[in-house]
Design a protein around this ligand. Structure first.
Ligand code: GTP
Ligand code: MG
Length: 206
């Protein structure tokens, strides 16, 4: 894998704190605890970059990471974790939704699904929502190391069919590194294919 330089840029608890759009962005989206932050760390080869946890709901802010001087990876809070309070969930939803619906520099979405859970209602709603907006999506099935090879192949086919994807989702694991190189290439491609970001307002000088 090509070595990249990745650094934490900023985080935001509300849309007014989002940084001005500049480089193209690839947003990492998925259920709480699906492995978003771990995957970002593995993709860029920096174990401590994004904070991970066994406790679902770890990432409560939108976090921006800059990859070389080329694009941003954006770690969004996870959806669908029943144990967090209603109030907390109601606080995240607008944050995630306003990011996805309004971010002018958004180049594509990396949607993660736990390979053992498979596609659920949220993903069945979300993928068509992205397609209506002509937003490119790459789907990855996480924690592939938890299933035997024959089951992995089966789950890849099931997810593709359930979401009517044009390509197979990528089965990935941050412990075995399965699928990591292929997924990284797909993520970089999303950032390259995007139109140049058009800042809503001129970026403020640093
Ligand atoms: P939130 O920020 O809470 O939404 O979670 P997240 O989606 O960022 O998940 P995170 O990366 O924090 O990982 C959640 C748990 O899954 C941690 O205990 C990780 O070690 C574990 N995990 C992540 N990826 C893998 C994987 O590929 N294989 C295995 N076996 N465990 C993984
Ligand atoms: Mg996280």
């Amino acid at each position: 894998m090509t070595k990249v330089s990745a650094r934490f840029l900023t985080s935001a608890a509300q849309p007014s704190d989002f940084p001005p759009p500049s480089l193209p962005e690839v947003a990492v989206v998925g259920r709480s605890n699906v492995g978003k932050s771990s995957l970002i760390n593995t993709l860029v080869g920096q174990p401590g970059l994004a904070r991970t946890s066994r406790t679902p709901g770890r990432t409560r802010l939108v976090n921006w990471f800059q990859i070389d001087d080329r694009f941003h990876l954006v770690d969004l809070p996870g959806y669908g974790y029943a144990q967090v309070s209603q109030a907390t969930r109601e606080g995240w939803r607008p944050l995630i939704e306003s990011y996805l619906a309004k971010r002018t520099s958004l180049a594509g979405v990396l949607l993660l699904i736990d390979i053992r859970r498979g596609v659920q209602d949220e993903e069945l709603d979300f993928v068509p929502w992205l397609e209506e907006r002509a937003m490119p999506v790459v789907v990855a099935l996480t924690k592939a190391d938890k299933l035997a090879k024959n089951k992995r192949v089966l789950e890849v086919a099931r997810a593709r069919q359930a979401l009517a994807l044009r390509k197979d989702p990528v089965a990935v694991s941050t412990t075995s590194n399965e699928g990591i190189d292929a997924l990284w290439r797909a993520v970089v491609q999303l950032s390259i294919d995007s139109k140049p970001a058009r800042p809503a307002r001129p970026a403020k000088p640093a």
